[in-house]
Design a protein around this ligand. Sequence first.
Ligand code: HAH
Length: 363
Amino acid sequence: MKKILIAGTFLLVYILSSFIISHPLKKEGDEKGLKDYFAKYFTIGVAVSPRALQTDEAGLIVKEFNSITPENAMKMGPIHPRENEYYWKDADSIAAFARRNHIRIRGHNLCWHSQAPRWIFTNATGDTVSKEILLQRLKDHITTVVNRYKGTIYAWDVVNEAISDKPDEYLRNSPWLRICGEEYIAKAFQYAHEADPDALLFYNDYNEINPVKREKIYRLVKSLKDAGVPIHGIGLQGHWAINEPSEEELNKTFKQFSSLGLTIQVTELDISVYAKEHNARERMAEEQNTVFTPEKEAAQVEMYKRCFAVFKKYRKNISSVTFWNISDRSSWLDNFPVRGRKDYPLLFDKNLQRKKAYWEVVK
Ligand code: HAH
């Protein structure tokens, strides 16, 4: 009798403990991250700083994302501050984090008019350099940076934002264009391809939903492709807002870029809770209310739903969707276009909790 009682107690303890182990006190859906919900569709990425990787945001990144992009660390200014000096620390730490956690990296970016180091366009006496010198500097820069992360970075934004925002102007009037002419764009792709023939090379730009700008981006990418330039994809930034794009604009955009026969990546997605503005300005007195109201949230949920429905529709053409920053704790939109105006553009709130929009897009 005693033996049976002891055996029974052991059996009971065994059954209870295995039940507890197999049913941890977790809410349903907790195990999966964005990357798992979209595994059949596209890679899900996020723009990061080296600092974020040392906070509680690191855990969130590993759980939710399978791609990262250095928000600033690989831009020409930060990584190549003086002619014979590279600053690798930040970029290297991001690359190490990605390798450690088996996350892919999209490199951003190799040639851009903004955040470029001042030395690159001028000589020792402050005069503008010749086209030959500038192209040689561009080649040295691209070769060195691409080589360093060969095998770690699978895709690069080679040229960023070369198209003009002015309706009647094709290419942006940047020092790159003024000194080199249009050729710098094709050259940048050639240099990157020579440095890493396995890397996927992208042209990346914003306000791609605007019919006039979209047509110019299309024209540029098509001309590069037709000329045999090694370009493999088109990066659509996707800095959108609660009031745009319309479903029609989205459909037209993905339809037109799909027709190029290159892969498409949404490279910098965020949905501002303020109406879209394209130019920087100061905050006005009446803009004190920066609360994330239920109305703002509802409008943002609808826009996120709309965007992901179209992304899914074009899943054959879209290989990746990257968010520009991790959570509403901080994002570049807290300072752009309006300095000091708090925005809430992402899928995770200030406490890193999943927002309503998160659950709507993974549905
Ligand atoms: C992007 N420009 C850049 O590609 C990225 O490197 C930077 O960190 C943030 C945004 C977007 C942009 C815009 O939407 C409007 C005006 C200027 C730049």
